[in-house]
Ligand binder design. Structure first.
Ligand SMILES: *[C@@H]1O[C@H](CO)[C@@H](O)[C@H](O)[C@H]1NC(C)=O
Length: 531
């Protein structure tokens, strides 16, 4: 009897507790539209899990669906966006070897991103969501990808919007919430140089800034048309008017940056930007599969983990290069775990090929002594989290600057992708494993990475909740957004100074002329008198 009463009381207590929790639960709409690029999916999923774990209700518009399941999670499938992405060729080894091409910010990239955003918004299910007045959200979180088209979602649901940026802080996103950083010492997101810049580097960075602004301005007309088409009717159905695109663009409440000072450059940041890299890493490490656990435990000379990520398919790698790499790796005393998609015919004894690698669990193993990577942002974050030095073989996008920064910070070496990669890679491995300084340095940076007030996953939740609780965090808004460029640059003052100077010189000249004539008159008068 007593037990039954106790049970009833606990149930009652629990349910009141739960309802009180639920009353603090927010409805969150998360949009990660990219259908290619697994790392973007990982970041999107991390937002979903973090917010679900905090008790919120999530609707996830996903280019890559998550396997996470929860009664509080609803997914909207926009995986068909994959058809739009023509970037496939950038991710082909042969293409990269031949072209030496680097993905740079161009009109094509901006257009592609705009198309992805547009196709996400025009998706039937997304349109239905927007047109149903019963659908309400407290906040919208969208991955920023070279376009601000998604800002209309904030007007549709009459709630604040938060950008999630997968890159280091850069001008294209900072200018949306504050101002462009100075190109004299903050490189463009696609540049791989580090300050202090030479004269020509400074000029090139300024040029990139201007060119980027021009491209965005040029594209913004098309974006504006798409914005009207995607949102006007849904906003109208909810009894409101769609604000002008150019106003809405600069109205985001917050930016969550997948960056951290341990990997990046010390940059001035506005109050509504938080650097929270590492939020995709769960606090507890998942156990390794049994075979890998055994291999890593028994690796007397340590394990080298080699993975070029998920976007670059090793099956496009020329055989010549693959054999060269295998032979080189086979000559090492260390155990090697190589993640590739196709298992080669002949594999050296110390090399273990895996087609799927639980990367974080491998890096977390104390015997993991080196990571050979393309240097994507997630990989560099993970190496700092687990304190493993890297050899970077960057192939596209921000990988060049990530690796360059890691080299500059002293925990990495860079090897370029080419037919001679095996030779250079061997030299880099020998140097890195023969010299304790890389390992020492990565441990120091790992300390900086971990030494934060709150872990990044907690900070993500806190920032999102803060934006909701304060109605879009207007107190964090930078006043820089209130004034046009000419006022920020004091061009109006310059104009005033020029006008005043001109007027003064004009009057001075007039005065001189007057005096001159007066003087001459007097002189001639004097002459007449003497005559
Ligand atoms: C800007 O955002 C705030 C709060 O998130 C909202 O109240 C306001 O209507 C928005 N203004 C525009 C022009 O979108």
């Amino acid at each position: 009897m007593a037990a039954a009463i106790m049970k009833l009381v606990t149930t009652l207590l629990l349910s009141t507790l739960l309802t009180s929790c639920v009353s603090n639960a927010y409805k969150v709409l998360i949009v990660f539209p990219l259908a290619s690029g697994k790392s973007h999916g990982i970041l999107g999923e991390a937002h979903v899990t973090r917010l679900l774990d905090a008790g919120h209700e999530v609707t996830y518009i996903a280019g890559i669906l998550t396997k996470v399941s929860s009664p509080r999670l609803r997914q909207i499938d926009v995986t068909s966006n994959a058809a739009l992405s023509s970037s496939g060729q950038h991710l082909d080894f042969k293409y990269l070897l031949a072209q030496k091409d680097r993905l740079s910010f161009s009109r094509d990239l901006a257009k592609l991103c705009l198309l992805v955003a547009n196709s996400t918004l025009m998706n039937d299910q997304v349109q239905r969501l927007m047109h149903d007045p019963k659908e309400q959200f407290d906040v919208v979180i969208v991955e920023w990808l070279f376009s601000e088209l998604f800002v209309g979602l904030a007007s549709v649901f009459n709630c604040p919007l938060i950008w999630s940026s997968s890159l280091e802080p850069h001008g294209k996103i900072l200018s949306l919430i504050d101002d462009d950083p100075n190109p004299a010492y903050v490189p463009d997101i696609m540049s791989d140089i580090l300050p202090p810049f030479t004269f020509s580097q400074r000029v090139i960075e300024l040029w990139k800034l201007i060119k980027g602004k021009y491209i965005i301005w040029e594209i913004s007309f098309e974006a504006e048309r798409m914005y009207e088409l995607a949102f006007a009717s849904a906003v109208g159905k909810r009894g409101r008017k769609l604000p002008p695109y150019q106003e809405a663009r600069y109205n985001a409440s917050f930016v969550l940056g997948n960056s951290h000072i341990s990997a990046g450059q010390a940059t001035r940041l506005p109050q509504n930007y938080a650097s929270i890299a590492g939020y995709h890493i769960q606090e507890t490490v998942k156990p390794l599969p049994e075979d890998l656990q055994k291999i890593m435990d028994n690796a007397k000379n340590g394990v080298i983990y080699f993975s070029m990520g998920s976007m670059l398919q090793t099956k496009t790698m020329p055989d010549e290069l693959k054999t060269g790499l295998l032979n080189m790796l086979g000559g090492l005393q260390h155990t090697v775990i190589w993640k590739i998609e196709e298992i080669p015919a002949k594999i050296p004894k110390n090399v273990h090929i895996v087609t799927f690698a639980p990367q974080q669990s491998i890096l977390a193993h104390p015997n993991c002594i080196l990571f050979i990577t393309h240097g994507g942002l997630l990989s560099t974050t993970e190496t700092l989290h687990y304190g493993v030095p890297i050899i970077g073989i960057p192939v596209f996008g921000d990988q060049f600057i990530n690796v360059n920064r890691a080299v500059h910070k002293g925990f990495a070496k860079v090897v370029s992708l080419g037919y001679d990669t095996p030779v250079h890679l061997k030299a880099a491995i020998d140097d890195m494993l023969g010299n304790p300084r890389y390992r020492k340095r990565v441990k120091e940076l790992s300390f900086i990475y971990h030494d934060r007030l709150v872990p990044p996953g907690k900070e993500l939740v806190y920032r999102v909740e803060h934006v909701v609780k304060t109605g879009g965090a207007p107190h964090l808004r930078s006043p820089a957004l209130m004034l046009p460029l000419y006022q920020k640059m004091y061009l109006d003052l310059l104009l005033v100074v020029i006008v005043v100077l001109y007027a003064m010189s004009y009057m001075f000249e007039k005065l001189l002329n007057k005096l001159n004539t007066l003087f001459r008159k007097q002189k001639s008068l004097g002459k007449q008198k003497t005559n």
